[in-house]
Design a protein around this ligand. Structure first.
Ligand code: PBG
Length: 332
C-alpha cells in the first residue's frame, strides 16, 4: 500500500516559491525593460507613405513625415532608441554605394527630421553598403569577390555622413575586417568623438534575414554573404570577433540573430565588459506573426517569453520589431 501523503518527506519543495503571483514576482530573476529595447525602422522616399512588407505582417515602411510620428509614439511608450534602414529605388544604387554619403539622402533626411522633432530619441544608423549597392552586398564587389580594404573608406564616409546628420551611434553591420577601427578614426578626425559605435560583432550568415531583404529589396544579386558573415556552426569565432571589435573601439557589441544564437549571447556576455546587444531579426518576427495569424500561438505571450529568453541569455539591449507591441502591452 502507498504511504499516506501526510508522512511523505521531501526535503526540497521548489513549488513553494511558485505558489502565488506575489511570490513568483518576488523571486523573478529577469525582467525585460522597455528601456532596453531598440525599434528597427524602415524609411521610404516620398510623403504620406505607409508601405506594407508582405513577409513582415503588421510591419511598415514609412516616409519621413510618418516615420517621425511613429518615432514620437515609440518614445512616448518608453522606447529609447531606433535603428534606421533606408529602402531605396534601384535607380540610386550603384557599385560603390555613392548615395550613402549624400548629405541630402533619404537616411540623412530621416535622421535630421527625428533629431529635430524628437531630439531625446537615440538614433542608431546602419553602416553597410547593401541598401545602396547595385550588387546587394555589404562590401565592394569585384570579379565576384567582396573586397575588404576597398570597402573600408566607403563605410567610413557613410558613417561620417550619418554622424553629420545627427546619428547618436553608428552600427557597422557589414562584417568587413578592421572596419570598427577605421570608422572610429574617421569619426574622430571629423570631430565626432561623441558618436558611439555599436558593432554587429558576431553576425551570422543567417537565413532569418530573408524578410528584411524583401523589405529593402537588398538581397545579393549574385552569390551569398558567406565570405564575410559568420558560419552558424561556429561559437569560438564569435569571441574572436567581439575581442577585435572592442580592441578597435566598439562601445557596444551585438550578436545576431538572437533566439537561434542564445548560447553565443551568453558566452559573449561572459567574455566582455561592454554592453551586449542582440538582434531579434526579421525572420524571427515573421515566424511569430505567421503562427499567430493562423491562431497557432498566442502572440503576446510568445513575444514576452522570447524577449525574456534573450535577456536571460545575457543581452543588455534587444533590437526587435516587437518593441512597440511589447511596450504597449506593458503600458496597459
Ligand atoms: C545589412 C543588414 C541586414 C540586417 C541588418 N542589417 C541584412 C543582411 O545582412 O543581409 C538584417 C536584419 C533583419 O533581418 O532583421 N547589413
Amino acid at each position: 500500500m502507498a504511504k499516506k501523503t501526510k508522512t511523505l518527506s521531501i526535503s526540497e519543495r521548489p513549488r513553494r516559491n511558485r505558489k502565488s503571483e506575489a511570490v513568483r514576482r518576488l523571486i523573478r530573476e529577469t525582467d525585460v525593460n522597455v528601456g532596453n529595447l531598440v525599434l528597427p525602422m524602415f524609411v521610404v522616399p516620398g510623403k504620406g507613405k505607409k508601405v506594407a512588407i508582405p513577409s513582415m505582417p503588421d510591419y511598415f515602411k514609412y516616409s519621413v513625415d510618418l516615420l517621425v510620428k511613429e518615432v514620437k509614439e515609440a518614445y512616448a511608450l518608453g522606447i529609447p532608441a531606433v535603428a534606421l534602414f533606408p529602402s531605396l529605388p534601384e535607380s540610386v544604387k550603384d557599385k560603390r554605394a555613392t548615395e550613402s554619403k549624400n548629405a541630402k539622402g533619404l537616411l540623412q533626411t530621416a535622421v535630421k527630421a527625428i533629431k529635430d522633432r524628437v531630439p531625446e530619441m537615440c538614433v542608431i544608423t546602419d553602416v553597410a553598403m547593401d541598401p545602396y549597392s547595385s550588387d546587394g552586398h555589404d562590401g565592394f564587389v569585384k570579379d565576384n569577390k567582396i573586397l575588404n580594404d576597398e570597402t573600408l573608406p566607403i563605410l567610413a564616409d557613410m558613417a561620417v555622413s550619418q554622424a553629420k546628420a545627427g546619428a547618436d551611434m553608428v552600427a557597422p553591420s557589414d562584417m568587413m575586417d578592421g572596419r570598427v577601427g577605421y570608422i572610429r578614426e574617421a569619426l574622430d578626425q571629423n570631430g565626432f568623438t561623441d558618436v558611439g559605435i555599436l558593432s554587429y560583432a558576431a553576425k551570422y550568415c543567417s537565413a532569418f534575414y530573408g524578410p528584411f531583404r524583401d523589405a529593402l529589396e537588398s538581397a545579393p544579386r549574385g552569390g551569398d554573404k558567406k565570405t564575410y558573415q559568420m558560419d552558424p556552426a561556429n561559437a569560438q569565432e564569435a569571441l574572436r570577433e567581439v575581442r577585435l571589435d572592442i580592441a578597435e573601439g566598439a562601445d557596444i557589441v551585438m550578436v545576431k540573430p538572437a533566439v537561434p544564437y542564445l548560447d553565443i549571447i551568453r558566452s559573449v556576455k561572459e567574455s566582455v565588459d561592454v554592453p551586449v546587444a542582440a538582434y531579434h531579426v526579421s525572420g524571427e518576427y515573421a515566424m511569430i506573426k505567421a503562427a499567430a495569424q493562423k491562431g497557432w500561438l498566442n502572440e503576446q505571450d510568445v513575444v514576452q517569453e522570447t524577449l525574456l529568453s534573450i535577456k536571460r541569455a545575457g543581452a543588455d539591449i534587444i533590437f526587435t520589431y516587437c518593441a512597440k507591441m511589447y511596450a504597449s502591452a506593458r503600458a496597459r
